[in-house]
Design a protein around this ligand. Structure first.
Ligand code: SAH
Length: 354
């Protein structure tokens, strides 16, 4: 048995008690333990994110939010809401930039990790923290930012089999966690239709992401504002498992050590866009992160920073390349915005309104 009280122990106990569990349950127990235990960001951690690579990222998010707010006519009671703010770096860079436009929204962070909450509090003493999105303010526009948040939310997988579509569960064999196919055949859980896909194909859904975006979109439609989602993911429905685990910047099996590695899945932007549309938001993108950052002026910002601090010029150029190059974060990362209908079209998406 794994160590007492660890995520692996809790998961093994659950499986011993009631048999294989859903992938969503596995992922949420593992990730809650993982994020509660440590700050995983940075070169010395498990992975690095765009705001940790360069201040340019948060600054451009700040300019983007300011532009939208200014063109909407500077509404009052605006709330900056960040989902999973990590170390609070993106918020710092964005809010500092917004201040230059006299745009000083209230700050709301949706965060579950005590370790990261403490880091955020050190930078943002006036922020209000929320464990989830159920108690966000109801009295003004919400400007919601989610960078590398949706990829951490639990997913479900379904396999195409000769019997139809079957849910993949997590069980235990020989002291290890393994993926097992649910053999129950009640109508809700297994579909006979396989859409002509070959046996073995895997389909993913993220009910948790869908429910969260549906609720937020409803609130934005009513109160005004926007949600900006930046993450790695795909624009068209596809097949194949995207579940992955990362530890010390290396990819490991998602079933090896739950709770001590970062479990993520690619974000299905196609599905998120549809959900926002059904809640009457106007959807923009998704577009490549590189394209979006360039449209907002990252080249000019890089030149300015390099000119102001010649000793840092090389580092700034390297960061620019990491954020925008198609071989690095520039293409795999997608940017999508969903706005209240009576708000202006946001910058950076060309004519990509959907
Ligand atoms: N946005 C930050 C951090 C990304 S890591 C950045 O770009 O650097 C994912 C973040 O989401 C962490 O802050 C983590 O604690 C938080 N998180 C993960 N699952 C969560 C959940 N279910 N509810 C709230 N926050 C969550």
């Amino acid at each position: 048995m794994p160590e007492d009280g660890s995520a692996a122990y809790i998961l093994a106990e659950k499986i011993a008690a009631k048999g294989p569990i859903t992938l969503s349950e596995y992922m949420s127990v593992a990730n809650a333990a993982y994020y509660a235990a440590k700050d995983p960001l940075g070169e010395e951690g498990d992975f690095i994110t765009a705001p940790e690579i360069s201040q340019m990222f948060g600054e451009l998010v700040g300019i983007w939010l300011s532009d939208l707010w200014l063109r909407k006519g500077r509404p009052d009671h605006v709330h900056y809401v960040e989902l999973g703010p990590g170390r609070g770096t993106l918020a710092s860079d964005a809010l500092r930039t917004m201040e230059r436009f006299d745009y000083n929204p209230d700050i709301h962070f949706v965060e579950t990790s005590p370790v990261l909450k403490a880091k955020q509090a050190a930078l943002h003493s006036g922020a209000v923290w929320h464990d989830d999105i159920t108690d966000l303010p109801t009295n003004g526009p919400l400007m919601v930012v989610a960078n590398e948040f949706f990829d951490a939310l639990p997913i479900e997988q379904f396999a195409v089999t000769a019997q139809g579509l079957q849910r993949q569960l997590v069980g235990r064999e020989h002291g290890k966690f393994v993926s097992v196919t649910d053999t129950q055949t009640d109508g809700d859980r297994v579909s006979q239709a396989t859409g002509g896909l070959p046996p073995g194909a895997i389909l993913e859904t993220s009910p948790a992401s869908g429910a969260l975006l549906e609720q937020l979109s409803g609130q934005i439609a009513k109160q005004g504002g926007v949600i900006l989602i930046i993450d790695y993911g795909y624009d068209r429905p596809g097949t194949g498992s995207t579940l992955q685990a990362v530890k010390s910047h290396k990819s490991i099996s998602p079933f090896d050590s739950p709770g001590t590695s970062d479990l993520t899945a690619h974000v299905n932007f196609h599905s998120l866009a549809n959900i926002a549309r059904t809640r009457l938001l106007s959807v923009h993108g998704p577009v490549d992160q590189g394209q979006w950052l360039k449209a907002l002026g990252i080249d000019q910002r890089m030149a300015k920073l390099a000119q102001n601090s010649p000793d840092k010029a090389e580092a700034v150029r390297t960061a620019h390349r990491r954020l925008t190059n198609v071989d690095e974060m520039g293409r795999l990362f997608r940017v999508m915005a969903a706005c209240a209908m009576d708000w202006p079209d946001p910058e950076g998406f060309g004519s990509g309104k959907g």
